[in-house]
Design a protein around this ligand. Structure first.
Ligand SMILES: [Zn+2]
Length: 195
């Protein structure tokens, strides 16, 4: 017999997250979808905004912000099961929810008290704040990569221009090297009469 942390009929707490989405004007390009980059030599380029169009995606000029709401929900344990991996799973039902709708939860996602559940929410909240701070840090790094992107495109254009010049030359190899001379058809006639 496996010992379980919670028992049938017990009230437990579960972290619930709901999310709303909100469209926001891109803070980097201000909805313009491009950025103007001025290089040290004074050249300016308009480059795609990577904040609202990451990677190969087209810039949209806006960001979709996911706003999570995290809160504790009281549950009642209505079933205790052990799965094939010998892990304890709880069949729980919302205390004030519809009867008949169950959720299967692992032991570590349930809490014996509301306080313990709120402590977990505070922990998740701190992790989310850190994630946001890291996003900002990455953005600072990306300012550098915008310069790198512009340099990359300039190199690619230079290479492509050289390639076009080379391939054009290959297709006009004869120009300036071999002279096509059109033989006059009258030549033969002239020779004959001379003999
Ligand atoms: Zn943008």
């Amino acid at each position: 017999m496996i010992e379980t942390q919670y028992s049938l009929g017990q009230q437990v707490w579960n972290v619930r997250t709901s999310e709303t989405t909100q469209k926001e004007t891109c803070p980097d390009c201000n909805g313009e979808r491009f950025l103007i980059l001025t290089l040290g030599n004074g050249d300016t380029h308009s480059i795609k905004c990577d904040e609202c169009g990451p990677g190969y995606q087209e810039s949209t000029g806006y960001l979709i912000r996911h706003i999570p709401t995290v809160y504790p929900v009281p549950m009642i344990v209505v079933g205790v099961e052990v799965n094939k991996k010998n892990e304890v799973q709880y069949r729980v039902q919302e205390e004030f929810g519809h009867e008949g709708s169950y959720y299967l939860q692992q032991e570590d996602s349930l809490f014996g008290t509301e306080e313990a559940c709120r402590a977990k929410i505070a922990e998740l909240d701190a992790a989310e704040k850190e994630r946001e701070a890291n996003h900002y840090k990455n953005k600072v790094n990306r300012n550098k990569s915008w310069n790198a992107n512009a340099a990359y495109h300039r190199r690619a254009i230079k290479k492509a221009t050289e390639d076009i010049a080379y391939h054009t030359k290959c297709l006009n190899y004869a120009a300036g090297k071999v002279k096509f001379e059109k033989k006059e058809s009258t030549d033969a006639l002239v020779t004959e009469t001379e003999g």
